[in-house]
Write a protein that binds this ligand. Structure first.
Ligand code: ADP
Ligand code: ADP
Ligand code: ZN
Length: 215
């Protein structure tokens, strides 16, 4: 089962990915998580990516394409994978098609999370993140123990790029650079659009109903 989780920042992709990983036992490939891990480690890639991320700009395509190419070749992707946060531009999508053709792992479905802008801003401004990639919300989905991740126990924090300024820019970047991919995947007959405004458990049920066909 090869799936792309697609949608604007704050749509709930990461939240659903964690639930899907547990349910289907296939890996989540979150380019945001990979980049943040590099920033934390202070790697060369992380240092280069940070300035884009803090401003809410996209990191250059060639960097992301390199990351994805290597990651998809890893053994845990044999049984399937869930892409979260990639592709975000047409060149990234084209590169992905080429990589997957070579690996003989075609995309089965693109899950398109639909959430209006006002809700995205509320979600992102209350988001709490863990270094393990788990994502919480101050009111909609608080950790069981205040301030600590349910999954790994580490302290949760607010992302530097979840400031109001950066969020507004990310939404703008999404609309100009990423949203055109909806049409791209629609034309390939792969797009399934979800109502992402429902609560977390209901969205999960809707996704499972769609994925039934591919599991
Ligand atoms: P969100 O979940 O809010 O959409 P992500 O964690 O996916 O945010 O991404 C955070 C930042 O990492 C982005 O704003 C961007 O700078 C960078 N990034 C992540 N994925 C990509 C990508 N596929 N292409 C370019 N930049 C990316
Ligand atoms: P993305 O990965 O698409 O950027 P996240 O999964 O990190 O989005 O979710 C963004 C924020 O919204 C987080 O604070 C998360 O707890 C919250 N959230 C996710 N799904 C829902 C939902 N269905 N209803 C309300 N809040 C949600
Ligand atoms: Zn954690």
């Amino acid at each position: 089962m090869n799936v792309i989780l697609f949608g604007p920042p704050g749509a709930g992709k990461g939240t659903q990915a964690k639930k899907l990983v547990e349910f289907y036992k296939i890996p989540q490939i979150s380019t945001g998580d990979i980049l943040r891990a590099n920033v934390r480690e202070g790697s060369e890639l992380g240092l280069a990516a940070k300035e884009y991320m803090d401003k809410g700009e996209l990191v250059p395509d060639e960097v992301l394409i390199g990351i994805i190419k290597n990651r998809l070749k890893e053994a845990d992707c044999e049984k399937g994978f869930m892409l979260d946060g990639y592709p975000r531009t047409l060149p990234q999508a084209d590169a992905l098609s080429e990589i997957l053709e070579e690996l003989k792992k075609p995309i089965d479905v693109v899950l398109n999370f639909e959430v209006p802008d006002e809700a995205l801003v509320t979600r992102i401004s209350g988001r709490l993140m863990c270094k393990c990639g788990a994502s919480y919300h101050k009111t909609f989905n608080p950790p069981k123990k205040a301030g600590l991740c349910d999954a790994c126990g580490a302290e949760v924090y607010q992302r530097a790029d979840d400031s109001e300024e950066a969020v507004k820019n990310r939404l703008k970047v999404y609309k100009t650079q990423t949203q055109p991919l909806i049409e791209y995947y629609e034309q390939k007959g792969l797009l399934k659009t979800l109502d992402g405004t429902k609560n977390i458990d209901l969205v999960f049920e809707d996704i499972k109903a769609i994925l039934l066909e591919f599991a």
